[in-house]
Design a binder for this molecule. Structure first.
Ligand SMILES: Cc1c[n+]2nc(N)[nH]c2nc1OC(C)C
Length: 325
């Protein structure tokens, strides 16, 4: 029969594929029992042959030993927050300000994204392997939550591509979908444990566990929304934000399905209305939409004011009455 090393590598490849089908494509091709049987086989083989241990093995997603505290991470590229637009007029004013500043009559293509109601997290991949994950913190310094983030089902421990930057930071939102939130609270109630007020609090509480085995049991998910650090700086990337997100998706990183592009303030308003109408049908809580100038060189020309980029704005929905949901 095959050598233990070949068996281990074959099982890892198979389980990575099943993870991608289950968590990213939501189209599992094998029943959970089969997945669990193969995972158990891999764990036993890795325990019997520690010389083949790998931090990137799918078996490592079940969480390691508890930490005594989180260490700090300094973001090489600050993680900024967003300026808010609260009504239609201010969205049109946003575009006018851009035209004035860029001294151009053109209208812009915007990347349009739901603003998920979770926590901003930074993932750092080196040579395609997930080596660090951190919270936003104050934008400059966050908490190192790598062990917890590695247990999130739809976050790959390795990026699948022949041509990757040596270091690439992927930023996005960690959240708990509504269905998972209801199941989690039902389980918490049955255990007499703390019931969470809303999915955002549940996600925050789950990410801040010092014991990754607890985090591993929480239905956390991740959707990417931007790139942070890329090394080498001259690594060739597409010229627009939406094409960069599409590239990241090809590497195996999940994106929010409702991401789209629109032209001009009018196109953005249509997108806003469309997502607002669909809001209650989405599998997860959102608290608005985000519009970003799609062209990266225009983003660089526009830069940032204080803590938020000039080239992006969030448009929040009216606060939703809890009772109606
Ligand atoms: C804070 C934030 C949050 N969100 N959410 C999305 N979808 N995009 C996005 N971008 C952000 O910041 C970038 C504009 C830098």
């Amino acid at each position: 029969s095959q050598s233990p090393e070949v068996q281990i590598n074959t099982l890892r490849k198979t389980l990575r594929h099943y993870n991608h089908e289950y968590y990213v494509m939501d189209t599992p091709s094998v029943p959970d029992a089969e997945y669990d049987r193969l995972m158990q086989q891999l764990i036993e083989l890795e325990q019997a042959h520690p010389q083949f241990a790998s931090a990137q093995s799918p078996s490592q997603k079940v969480g390691g030993a508890p930490l005594s505290a989180f260490t700090q991470v300094t973001h090489e590229v600050p993680m900024l927050s967003l300026d808010n637009a609260f009504d239609e007029a201010s969205l049109l004013a946003f575009e006018k300000r851009l035209r004035d500043r860029l001294k151009t009559p053109q209208s812009f293509v915007f990347s349009c994204e739901p603003k998920l109601d979770g926590l901003a997290v930074s993932l750092l991949y080196e040579n395609g392997e997930l080596v660090r994950a951190a919270t936003r913190g104050d934008g400059q310094v966050g908490e190192n939550i790598t062990q917890n983030v590695r247990t999130i089902g739809n976050i790959p421990l390795r990026l699948e591509s022949a041509e990757l930057p040596q270091r690439v930071e992927i930023r996005g939102e960690v959240f708990i979908p509504r269905a998972g939130f209801e199941k989690l609270n039902a389980r918490q109630k049955a255990l007499g444990a703390k019931v969470f007020a809303n999915p955002r609090n549940a996600a925050a509480g789950s990410l801040r566990q010092l014991d990754p085995k607890i985090t591993a049991k929480r239905p956390l998910m991740f959707y990417a929304y931007s790139l942070g650090l890329v090394t080498p700086e001259d690594f060739s990337l597409p010229a627009t934000h939406s094409e960069r997100l599409a590239l990241v998706a090809q590497w195996g990183i999940p994106l929010c399905p409702q991401i789209d592009t629109a032209t001009g303030g009018k196109g953005c308003l249509e997108y806003y209305e469309r997502i607002l109408k669909a809001r209650d049908t989405l599998a997860y809580d959102i608290d608005g939409v985000v519009f970003k100038v799609d062209d990266i060189s225009l983003q660089h020309q526009l830069g940032f004011v204080a803590r938020a980029p000039r080239w992006a704005i969030a448009q929040k929905f009216p606060a939703q009455e809890e009772m109606t949901r």
